[in-house]
Write a protein that binds this ligand. Structure first.
Ligand code: AMP
Ligand code: MG
Length: 405
């Protein structure tokens, strides 16, 4: 059996990112993968500007607190002061307004007092330091600086940074389309009546949402019965229309596990088994030139193998740079039962208690019990050779973020 790391590495080594590129508006770029590097073509900030509402002046005019200067003008955001400050003069300035070259500092309004008279006199209760409360041109980003590299996945704040650079459109990799289906004669579409020996299909709903959250399109092929021909047809349709295929169920060695049989006949299989729990049966390979990921049917197994195994591979196919999940260490808050042999991804609840990160089991760990993922906020990562974990021992924990949470 392959270890989880070997399985992921084998997939990453065999998959080449898609080549197609398209241009999209930045407002449509969240979760899209950048196809060309972006360097800054402007300085940010693009001019020296005030960080405060107050007064701009020459710092050497305020060598001691209590000095008084003559107010000669104002600078508002978007409306610069056009003149030049002479010794003994100041201007009113608002946050974001350009600081004139002749001023060297900004004093916040709270440290000043407006005196009567015309023109107005301003008394300053403080002395001044050069550069105070001024956001310097280029202090965040200079022209030519590398901003985003190829393979970057855009987040909402990235879009803000693109906007501040004045960029309206970006070149991104074309969105993947993932064909998705469930197999199993016992499965029924939610909303439909079912017999006592049937269950509702839940995997397709979890996986559909996870795939969409990754910014991929879903080609939903529905429920496929445990029938070799129908499963073969589903694979043919899927491979003709999609960039990758994700299906669940039928990949173990049961009598009705036709997915395995069909793939054995139609495709080139990379591997079948990974030493992980939940999981173990997991198929990776190619059908008709299209990558497929065959997930086990048990809902927790399907979800966790999708997240741990299929997603890194799909990210690579989409052209994304290698993704690093958020992994921290935490103290086991209770006994975590485990047997050596497979790497465990136990569903846990991570809490910070008096400054100590502690992790508890999220409840019964059955691979069919989706509630453990519903209640959990992390996966407790226990290595293949690891035995049970005693309370107080340190463990690695993967904090669940998108697309699971
Ligand atoms: P299989 O991998 O097909 O042997 O299925 C393993 C277990 O997962 C069985 O108990 C199935 O009933 C269940 N299962 C399979 N597919 C689904 C699904 N789409 N939704 C919920 N449970 C499923
Ligand atoms: Mg089945």
């Amino acid at each position: 059996m392959l270890s989880v790391r070997e399985a992921v590495q084998q997939m990453l080594d065999s998959i080449q990112p898609t080549a197609e590129i398209e241009t999209v508006l930045i407002s449509d770029a969240v979760d899209r993968i950048l196809a060309q590097p972006i360097d800054s073509t402007v300085d940010i900030p693009s001019y020296d500007n005030s960080a405060m509402d107050g007064y701009a002046l020459r710092a050497d005019d305020l060598s001691e607190p209590g000095s008084t200067l003559t107010l000669v003008g104002q600078a508002l955001a978007g409306h610069s002061f056009q003149g030049e400050l002479k010794p003994g003069e100041c201007i009113r300035i608002m946050t974001g307004a350009q600081v004139p070259a002749s001023a060297s500092t900004v004093i916040p309004q709270e440290d000043t007092e407006v005196l009567a008279g015309s023109p107005k006199q301003i008394r300053f209760q403080v002395n001044a330091k050069v550069g105070q409360n001024i956001r310097r041109q280029g202090e965040e980003l200079k022209i030519g600086a590398a901003v985003f590299a190829v393979g970057h996945r855009f987040t909402p704040v990235d879009i803000g940074l693109l906007a501040s650079l004045g960029i309206a459109e970006v070149a991104v990799k074309q969105q993947l389309t993932i064909a998705l289906f469930s197999t199993g004669d016992e499965l029924v579409q939610p909303g439909q009546p079912k017999r006592a020996d049937q269950i509702y299909d839940s995997n397709r709903f979890v996986l559909h949402a996870m795939i969409e959250r990754m910014g991929f399109n879903v080609l939903n092929l529905g429920l496929i019965p445990d029938n070799k021909q129908e499963i073969a047809d589903a694979f043919m349709t899927a491979s003709a229309k999609a960039d990758a295929i994700v299906c669940s169920g039928g990949v173990s060695v049961g009598d009705a596990d036709y997915t395995k049989q069909v793939i054995d006949e139609l495709g080139a299989v990379g591997f079948w088994k990974v030493a992980m729990k939940p999981g173990k049966p997991f198929a990776f390979g190619k059908v008709n030139g299209t990558w497929f990921f065959g997930l086990p049917g048990n809902p927790v197994s399907a979800t966790v193998t999708f997240q741990q195994l299929a997603l890194p591979a799909l990210r690579r196919l989409a052209g994304e740079r290698e993704y690093k999940p958020m992994i921290i260490t935490a103290e086991a808050g209770e006994l975590l039962k485990k047997r050596p042999g497979r790497a465990d991804f136990q569903r846990g609840i991570l809490r910070c208690e008096n400054g100590v990160n502690r992790v508890y089991s999220a409840g019964a760990q059955g691979s069919g019990m989706l509630s453990s993922l519903v209640h959990g906020n992390c996966l407790i990562l226990l290595s293949q050779e690891q035995d049970s974990v005693q309370p107080g021992e340190q463990v690695s924990v993967e904090v669940l973020t998108a697309p699971i949470k």
